[in-house]
Write a new protein. Structure first.
Lengths: 216, 216
């Protein structure tokens, strides 16, 4: 399991942090606002109050120890950019930052942020697609209540082909990738691909279906 | 094509509106702020300045004419709730509202909003899952650049089974549902299901893959 740092415990940051923690990872959250630190401390391993634009505060955190750092500071563009610059200068391995506008996103990419996300813009697009496509009620259900999961292949699936297992028809689960023990990833595997022991199954499905499988 | 009304042209509302418009729908956007109306008018059919909490303004819009109304007002909880109450009283057919907090969401559901969305919370969960699952770079690519599309079955696919077509292995496209001409929806179809003439194929895929198919 990996070590994650989330800076900024607004709705987006809190959601990233608590979900990662529920997935079994070691999550540290930093926020400048003590009441937000208090709130998030109920849902993650470590919550600390600090100003992420302070080089001293960041260096004491041990920025290089984390596999991924998520900068979820929202409206304060300057703080967001400054925090990212500091993290990158301190040797952060992988930085994901949430951007407020296209311009903000461009600046973040230019300073070396590895991945920029636009939560409101992306969800707006997803909602529009689901409202546009078929029976509105069905597809809104599907697109906002589905998840991507990664599970070790259960014993009863090992040695069987995806076609044989027919997870889609039987459980409404879509296998989008298989990753073997030696780390090779097979994206969009075909029906004839066989599940091997130690394979990680990466699947998309409705939350209810995933719960039934015990996969979420 | 359907008629959509989007109230509130922040980042979320603008994204919903412009995406729906790009998908070929008739989109009207309302915002109380004239500069936001100006900005969004470049990207949609109709943009109007109005206060959505005003019964007079809403009634002149012809609330019942719209297939779907999206209330994308952000921080102002009172305006969001009041707007939804007015819309429902005026006979709006399907209302989707974005909620700011869990409590806000509960209130909206109770007053009869058909679908409540939590953009920051949902994107936070999606990002967490993609950061947690396999090779970070692959899956972040996949989850934020994929889309749900709905297309009429092309002639060359009619009469063939999904297994035969093997869209996943050949193109990286996942068929998540089929809807026949008579309106029956088959969610998570099996490999032996045959594509019929006039079927609508609802699929998920990477944007590059979808572009190659000419499906987006
Ligand atoms: N310099 C900083 N150091 C640490 N945390 C910060 C700093 N600046 C802002 N934050 C925190 O980042 C969090 C998110 O920022 P903000 O509230 O501006 O965004 P938001 O748009 O409301 O977030 P969301 O949309 O995720 O709810 C806040 O909890 C805030 O206290
Ligand atoms: N009563 C109202 N009538 C019409 N539009 C309104 C009303 N109140 C707010 N709005 C508009 O709703 C839009 C979105 O609201 P707001 O800016 O509070 O949310 P936001 O959190 O910044 O949005 P986003 O996260 O989508 O960027 C704004 O453009 C604002 O002008």
């Amino acid at each position: 399991s990996k070590q994650y740092l989330v800076i900024g415990a607004g709705r987006f940051g809190s959601s990233v942090a608590t979900t990662l923690y529920e997935l079994g990872h070691d999550v540290t959250v930093v926020d400048i606002n003590p009441s937000r630190v208090q709130e998030i401390s109920k849902s993650v391993a470590h919550a600390l109050q600090a100003d992420a634009t302070s080089e001293a505060a960041l260096s004491s955190l041990g920025v290089r120890e984390f596999d991924v750092i998520v900068v979820a500071i929202g409206h304060d563009l300057q703080s967001s950019i400054m925090t990212c610059i500091l993290l990158i200068e301190m040797g952060a391995r992988f930085v994901v930052a949430r951007a407020h506008t296209e311009m903000h996103g461009k600046v973040l990419s230019k300073i070396g942020v590895n991945r920029v996300v636009f939560p409101e813009k992306d969800m707006g697009q997803k909602l529009a697609h689901s409202l546009s496509a078929f029976n509105i009620v069905d597809l809104i259900e599907l697109s906002s209540s589905s998840n991507v999961v990664e599970v070790t292949a259960p014993a009863e699936m090992v040695g069987r082909s995806l076609q044989e297992l027919n997870l889609r028809a039987r459980f409404g689960i879509n296998v989008i990738a298989l990753r073997s023990k030696d780390g090779k990833t097979n994206i969009s595997p075909g029906g004839e691909d066989i599940i091997k022991e130690g394979d990680l199954i990466i699947a998309v499905g409705d939350n209810k279906a995933l719960k039934k499988m015990g996969w979420v």
